[in-house]
Design a protein around this ligand. Structure first.
Ligand SMILES: Cc1ncc(COP(=O)(O)O)c(C=O)c1O
Length: 376
C-alpha cells in the first residue's frame, strides 16, 4: 500500500524473464511500437510519446529542460515536495517563476490561477503537479486550465506521476501539451520506465530549440522513432517488457473500469480509516484518490507504527516528507488496489493501533468500507 512502487502482478513480473534482444532489430520495433500505441491509448492521445528508461524525475526533468529557457516566465502552484522539486528544476533553467504557494494539504484555487494568468500575460508555460504525493492532494480543475493557457498561448505541462492511469486525464481533450508519469504507480509496473506525451506544438518547439543535453534531449527521441521506431539510447529492455504487459492489463480492464475501481477503493479507504478515528491530512475538496495521507494520533511514533504494520501484518505504508515527517503517514491506493487490499489495510492499521495502546473500533471501519466497496 505504498504511494509507489505499487504491487506488480505476476504476469508483469514474468514478462521480464525473457531474452535480451538487440535494440536495433525488428523484434525491438515490434515491442516498442506496441508500447507507444498502448501508452497513447492510456493517455487518451494521438500525441507523440517518448518512453524514457528513467524514474519519474527523469521525465519531469525532461519536460523542463526541453521547454524552458533563461528568462521565460512560468506559472506553477507549489504545495509540497514534488511541486517544490519541479519549481526548483524550473528555477535552475534561469526561468522567471510565478510561484503560487499554498499551505501543505491545500491547492491553489482555480481563481488564484486565473488571476496569475491575468497578471502575467507573457507567461510561457503553466506547470502543475496533478497529484501531490507528499501531502495527498489532487488538482480537480485540470480540464479548465486550457481556457487560460490558450488565451495566453502558453504551454500546459502536467506532472501526473502518481495518478495517471487511475483517474480520467484525457490529454487531447484537455489540450495538455506535455504530460509525464511513471510506471511504478497507477500502471502497476516496476520502476524505471517513464512515459511522456508531447503535443505537436511542444514538439515543434523542442525540435527548433534543442537543449544542450544528451540523454533527455527529446528531439533525439522523435528523430529515432520517426526514422526507425528505435530509441536513441539503449533502453531498459526487461522493464519495457514488463511495462508492455502492464499496459495490456490496463487496456484489458478498460480505462473506465480502472478509474471506477480506483475511486471506489479510495472512498472505502477514506471512510474506513476515518471510522477508526484517523483524520485525513488534506483539505476535503482537495483530497487525492490515489494517495491517502493521514494525521498521526498525538504521541504515536511513526517508525514503530510502520514497522509493526509491516512486520506483523505485511502491510507497507509510507511516512511523511520534510516538515510532515512523523506527523502523517501515507497509504497508496493505486494500480492493482482491490477489495482485499482495502479491507486488509483497514484491519491491519486498526490492529497495529490497538497493539500500540490506541483502541479503535475496527468493525466500524470495515463495515463502512465494505458498504462502499459494494459499488465495485
Ligand atoms: C508527483 C511526483 N512527481 C515526481 C516524482 C518522482 O518520481 P520518481 O521517484 O519515480 O523519480 C514522484 C514520485 O513519487 C511524484 O509522486
Amino acid at each position: 500500500m505504498l504511494p509507489g512502487p505499487t504491487n506488480v502482478p505476476e504476469r508483469v513480473m514474468r514478462a521480464m524473464m525473457t531474452h535480451i534482444i538487440n535494440h536495433r532489430s525488428d523484434d525491438f520495433v515490434e515491442l516498442y511500437t506496441e508500447v507507444i500505441e498502448k501508452t497513447q491509448q492510456v493517455f487518451q492521445t494521438q500525441n507523440d510519446i517518448v518512453v524514457l528508461s528513467a524514474s519519474g524525475t527523469g521525465a519531469v526533468e525532461a519536460s523542463v529542460v526541453n521547454l524552458i529557457k533563461k528568462g521565460d516566465k512560468i506559472i506553477i502552484p507549489v504545495n509540497g515536495e514534488f511541486s517544490s522539486r519541479l519549481c526548483q528544476m524550473i528555477q535552475w533553467q534561469g526561468a522567471n517563476v510565478v510561484k503560487l504557494e499554498t499551505p501543505l494539504g491545500q491547492n491553489a484555487t482555480f481563481d488564484q490561477i486565473k488571476e496569475a494568468f491575468d497578471n502575467n500575460k507573457d507567461v510561457k508555460a503553466f506547470y502543475v503537479v496533478h497529484n501531490e504525493t507528499s501531502t495527498g492532494t489532487m488538482v480537480n480543475y485540470l480540464d479548465k486550465i486550457p481556457d487560460l493557457t490558450s488565451r495566453n498561448d502558453a504551454f500546459y505541462v502536467v506532472d501526473s506521476v502518481s495518478i495517471l492511469g487511475g483517474i480520467e486525464l484525457p490529454i487531447d481533450k484537455w489540450n495538455v501539451d506535455v504530460c509525464m508519469t511513471a510506471a511504478q504507480k497507477a500502471f502497476a509496473a516496476p520502476p524505471g520506465i517513464s512515459p511522456i506525451s508531447i503535443s505537436p506544438k511542444a514538439k515543434k518547439y523542442m525540435i527548433e530549440n534543442p537543449p544542450p543535453t544528451m540523454y533527455f534531449n527529446l528531439a533525439r527521441y522523435f528523430k529515432y522513432y520517426e526514422e526507425s521506431k528505435h530509441t536513441p539510447f539503449t533502453p531498459a529492455l526487461p522493464l519495457l517488457y514488463a511495462y508492455r504487459e502492464a499496459l495490456r492489463i490496463i487496456l484489458e480492464e478498460g480505462l473506465e473500469a480502472r478509474f471506477k475501481r480506483h475511486k471506489i477503493c479510495s472512498d472505502a479507504l477514506y471512510a474506513g480509516l476515518s471510522a477508526i478515528g484517523l483524520t485525513p491530512f488534506a483539505k476535503e475538496e482537495d483530497r487525492s484518490i490515489s494517495i491517502i495521507a493521514l494525521n498521526y494520533i498525538d504521541g504515536l511514533e511513526d517508525k514503530i507504527f510502520r514497522d509493526t504494520l509491516a512486520q506483523k501484518f505485511r502491510v507497507l505504508v509510507a511516512g511523511g516528507f520534510g516538515n510532515l515527517k512523523g506527523k502523517v503517514f501515507r497509504v497508496g491506493c493505486m494500480g492493482e488496489v482491490n477489495h482485499y487490499h482495502v479491507m486488509r489495510t483497514i484491519s491491519a492499521i486498526s490492529s497495529t493501533l490497538a497493539m500500540m495502546g490506541y483502541q479503535t473500533n475496527a468493525q466500524d471501519g470495515l463495515n463502512i468500507a465494505e458498504e462502499k466497496l459494494q459499488a465495485l
